[in-house]
Structure formats: C-alpha cells, structure tokens
Design a protein around this ligand. Structure first.
Ligand code: PLP
Length: 324
C-alpha cells in the first residue's frame, strides 16, 4: 500500500487532540560537545511513555464500527502493548495483548492498568504471532501490528512533523530504528517539510539488520538480537517500512550497549529527563561523534522513557558508567 506525507498529516489531525505535543528540548552542554544546534523531540514524555501511542491511536481510530465492537489484539511485551491498551481504552475498543509469561511485572501491570486483557504464553516454545492470529480468528479481533502497517507508521511520523514544524528546516534528523515504523514515518515527514534534511536511522550494534538491508537492497533477517535496547530487538524490517526507508532514508548508524548506557545516564543527569536505552539510540550516535554534525541543525528523536528503575540501579554500579 502506498503511504505518503498526506497520510502523516491526516494522522496528525486524528492524534493531536489526544496525544501530548511533546516539548523540543535544547541543551547548551550538548551543543558545546557536538558543535551543532541540537533539537531533542522528547517522546519519552508522550502518553504511556513513548511515541508508539501516536501510531496505535491512529490505527485504532480508523477501524470500522464492527471492528471496534469486536476488539483488537496485539503481540508485544513492550511499548506497543501499552500503546494499544491505552488507545483501546480511550476509544472504547476492547484490547487483548499477547505477552510472554516472563514479561517484566511493571509492563504487565501497566498494560492491565490501561484495561487490556493479557494473554500469557511461554516464549520458549510458543509463537506469539500464531497465538495472536488464532485469537483473532476465534474472536473476530483485528490484529494491530507493531510497525509494518500504513496507519501505524503514518502515526509515528507525526513526531517528526511536530518537531520540524517547531524548529524549521533541519540539516540532519536522527531516528531510532527497530522494525522501522518510526523511522519510515519520520522520513516521510522530513522529506516533505525539510527536503534537504539527511535522515539517518540508528540501531543497536547487535541488531543491525536495518543497516544491512539498507546496504544490500533486500530485507536481511538476523537472529533475535541481544541488546539492552529492548524496543529495537527486532529481527527484520517490514516489507512496507523497508520500501519507505529505501526511498527516503539517507544512512544508518549503530551504537553499542556500552555507548547507550553512557549517554542514557548523561541525559538523565544533564537534561533531567528519564530516557530508556532504546530511546537513547539517536542521541548516543550524535554524542559519540559518529557523524559530522559541526555547524549543523540536528534533530534527535528521544523515542521513549519506559525503563525499569531497578534494572537501571543495578547497571549504574560505579566503573560501568564512564569509560574514561
Ligand atoms: C518501538 C520502539 C522503537 C523502534 O520503533 P520501530 O517503529 O519498531 O522502528 C524505538 N524506541 C522505542 C522507545 C520504542 O518503543
């Protein structure tokens, strides 16, 4: 299915009434470190703590009344689950979320808290997509995929639309990439609103399937990556997100887990904002000087802030934090 900037603009008309218009943050320290003018789009401050609310709400609000009555199902242990659960509650659509039995308690509690029904499965020997599809068939539910869907990615693109409308044209836009919904949507917005802007996807080094696919020209799959960037633990781009990335994205960069940790705590300390590891990908690529940003106007999407504080406290042990 064709997706264009018009779809992002239409998504914005639906989403803006309910989503937060998240702030664009500046940091004199970051500007001094990078020699650039850096604009952070703080989607860690979005409802449910990540940009994923934008796509989920855009998708659910376009269902027919028959589909709404029956309800939706999503499979995710992370932010997409909470986004579908919250959107379902706001729109009065029953939501079922398929989650592994070992999903973090905080995520289970948050998802149930938004009123969703949680169906657990054993991740070691059951396939979550099959379970979701079976539930969908039995109960007549609509499956809401996490990234490879025109309504999802158009909704995610509203984050970059808001950013560029506020900052004016940018030279570079850095966007975290998992399955590529956020990146492909933001690239559509950037192409239209700031045509000369270089759009760069940022992945965890252990999960660089997007970079590989971008280079080879076909979708490359990798085994489930081991990385602290849990929102980007995907094995392949989608057919739709890949096509849009090929058409609208200029390059990819990767960031190691050690680099993510270092700059995640930097953002907490210096900017006083809680960002999760995946949400730090784009900022870490910039702050590690992985691109030439001197004198440039650079947009950075901080994609989410849902981090387990007990986990963070454990990894914050002295010596782990700073490499110099
Ligand atoms: C899902 C997610 C991503 C990746 O988004 P995709 O659309 O799958 O590429 C990045 N950051 C956070 C915080 C996420 O939850």
């Amino acid at each position: 299915m064709e997706v264009s900037y018009e779809d992002v603009a239409a998504a914005h008309a639906r989403v803006r009434a309910v989503a937060h218009r998240t702030p664009v943050l500046r940091s004199a320290t970051v500007d001094a470190l990078t020699g650039a003018s850096v604009f952070f789009k703080a989607e860690n401050l979005q409802r449910m703590g990540a940009f994923k609310f934008r796509g989920a709400y855009n998708a659910l609000s376009q269902l027919t009344s028959a589909q709404r009555k029956k309800g939706v199902v999503a499979f995710s242990s992370g932010n997409h689950a909470q986004a579908v659960a919250l959107s379902g509650r706001l729109l009065g659509i029953p939501a079922t979320i398929v989650m592994p039995t070992d999903a973090p308690q905080v995520k289970l509690v948050a998802t149930r808290g938004y009123g969703a029904e949680v169906v657990s499965y054993d991740a070691s020997n059951e396939d979550r997509q099959k379970i979701a599809e079976k539930l969908a068939a039995e109960r007549g539910l609509t499956v809401i995929p996490p990234f490879n869907h025109p309504h999802i990615l158009a909704g995610q693109g509203t984050a970059a639309k808001e950013l560029i409308e506020e900052t004016g044209p940018l030279d570079i836009l850095l966007v975290p990439c998992g399955g590529g919904g956020l990146l492909s949507g933001c690239a559509l917005a950037a192409r239209h609103l700031s045509p000369d802007c270089r759009v760069i996807g940022v992945e965890p080094a252990e999960g660089d399937d997007g970079l590989r696919s971008f280079r080879s020209g076909r979708i490359e799959s990798i085994p489930l990556p081991k990385t602290i960037a849990d929102g980007a633990r995907t094995t392949a781009l989608g057919t739709l997100t890949f096509a849009l990335i090929r058409a609208n994205v200029d390059d990819f960069l990767t960031v190691t887990d050690a680099e993510l940790l270092r700059w995640m705590f930097f953002l907490w300390e210096r900017m006083k904002i809680v960002v999760e590891p995946t949400g730090t990908l784009a900022a870490a690529a910039l702050l590690e000087n992985k691109l030439d940003a001197k004198g440039k106007r650079v947009g950075v999407v901080l994609s989410g802030g849902n981090v387990d504080l007990a986990w963070a406290a454990r990894v914050m042990a002295p010596g782990l934090l700073r490499k110099d």
